[in-house]
Design a protein around this ligand. Structure first.
Ligand SMILES: *Cc1c(COP(=O)(O)O)cnc(C)c1O
Length: 431
């Protein structure tokens, strides 16, 4: 795989992680290009190469940088963006406009304008007012917006409640409510500058069970049939969202893509055959599963504090500012001392961050070799929602990001400087 141990050091995609920490400093995010491409290849084998008229749109909120957009373009994937900032980054990476899908539950007119001017492939509409705003903007610009409706399929998923999105009481999507949904669909079909493509759902994230996707797909297909019956309109596309779970801990299950996609496609194709309905394009939007396991974080261990009879805390030079998931969702991680990667594990430590919050604990009770100040701690599976959720809390700079491949390394995001952190700050005259 992408990890090896040589001279006691952890290697990632052919690179010595201890040498990377020395060269670029810590905290540092490291992404393996081979690992990202391997995920893309698995998705191609399980989905796009197997079924015609299918697309993968990488949900780039998981990790949005110029370099990842370049990789996705090269792999022939589409991307999903959820803000003007992500869209701007994609435009700066020359990402093909027609392969961009724009999601979000509160897109501003500025964001929609940017999307229409660039000519994005799809806008995924989250509400009735948005349809009216898109129609107005698109007609001013004399263009046509290709839209899908994000529906709220009213399914409950087995994941942390903070990352479940498809339940009935959700801020996301258009409710399956007679009085709300049907007039909205009618409006989209009638609007002169809107081409109505179909429906979208995203039920939640880090899912290990395929039942929520299947239930939601059945609802979307029933809806497509109902649109044909009631409005004599045949939709062209369904987007089944992302949410495929990854492995954070060694004993955790990682379901292969086929586990989700084979039954989803069987359900879709048999439904379409049965109802003599032309099988719509099927799009999926994985974010986490493409980048999570392809990324690790490197930190330097500083203060080591032993509370006799309780535990030993080893503090790292980052924490919730570069990985908020433990504090935000009780997410669990594991890691190794990268410079002692094959030494016998003789102690138990808790890795704490340096932010002024008690929830800033990265890993609890981890078995490690004897730990010393200056050791490098490598946390696994931090490629998704780590860098993209990083903050300047406590005025810690956003770490650098390095891309590695077959022993080569390249900086893809420079470390933020103190000067950059305050460059937009002003002192008013009256102070
Ligand atoms: C976050 C999100 C995704 C991706 O979810 P993952 O769990 O990272 O795969 C896909 N679609 C939408 C609309 C999202 O909000």
């Amino acid at each position: 795989m992408n990890f090896e141990v040589k001279n006691h050091h952890l290697y990632f995609d052919g690179c010595d992680t201890v040498a990377l920490a020395q060269k670029y400093g810590t905290p540092l995010y490291v992404f393996s290009e081979n690992a990202i491409v391997s995920e893309c290849n698995q998705l191609k084998a399980a989905f796009t190469n197997r079924y015609p008229n299918t697309r993968v749109a990488y949900a780039s909120k998981a990790f949005s940088t110029l370099a990842i957009y370049k990789i996705m373009a090269r792999e022939g994937f589409c991307i999903d963006v959820v803000s003007g900032g992500e869209l701007y980054t994609a435009i700066q990476a020359d990402f093909p406009a027609e392969h961009i899908e724009f999601n979000g539950n509160n897109k501003s007119d500025e964001e929609l304008s940017l999307a229409l001017d660039y000519g994005v492939g799809r806008i995924i509409v989250d509400g009735l007012q948005e349809i009216e705003r898109i129609q107005k903007l698109a007609s001013e610009k004399q263009t046509t917006a290709k839209v899908l409706f994000r529906i709220t399929p009213e399914v409950n998923v087995q994941t942390h409640s903070y990352i479940s999105t498809g339940q009935k009481d959700s801020k996301f999507g258009i409710p399956l409510d007679e009085e709300i949904l049907w007039p909205t669909i009618q409006k989209a079909i009638d609007a002169s500058n809107i081409e109505f493509y179909g429906f979208h759902f995203h039920v939640g994230s880090q899912l290990k069970d395929n039942s929520a996707h299947l239930t939601a797909a059945k609802i979307a297909l029933d809806l497509a049939l109902e649109v044909r019956k009631r409005l004599n309109y045949t939709i062209k596309e369904l987007n089944y969202g992302g949410g495929f779970g990854v492995k954070y801990l060694p004993d955790e299950l990682r379901q292969p893509y086929e586990y989700f996609l084979t039954p989803l496609m069987e359900l879709t194709e048999s439904f379409c055959r049965k109802h003599d309905f032309p099988r719509p394009n099927i799009v999926i939007e994985p974010g986490r599963s493409i980048v999570a396991e392809a990324g690790i974080s490197l930190h330097t261990i500083g203060e080591i504090k032993t509370l006799p009879g309780i535990r030993t805390y080893a503090a790292i030079d980052g924490g919730m500012t570069d990985n908020i998931r433990p504090g935000l969702y009780d997410a669990t991680y594991t890691g190794v001392i990268a410079n002692k990667a094959d030494e016998a594990k003789t102690e138990k430590i808790t890795i704490s961050g340096k932010a002024c919050e008690s929830t800033d604990i990265l890993v609890k009770d981890l078995a490690v070799p004897k730990v010393e100040t200056g050791d490098i701690f490598a946390t696994f599976t931090t490629g998704a929602y780590g860098y993209s959720m990083a903050s300047n809390y406590n005025k810690l700079p956003i770490p650098a990001v390095v891309l590695v491949k077959d022993g080569q390394d390249a900086l893809i995001v420079k470390r933020q400087s103190y000067e950059q952190m305050i460059q937009n700050e002003l002192v008013p005259d009256f102070l």
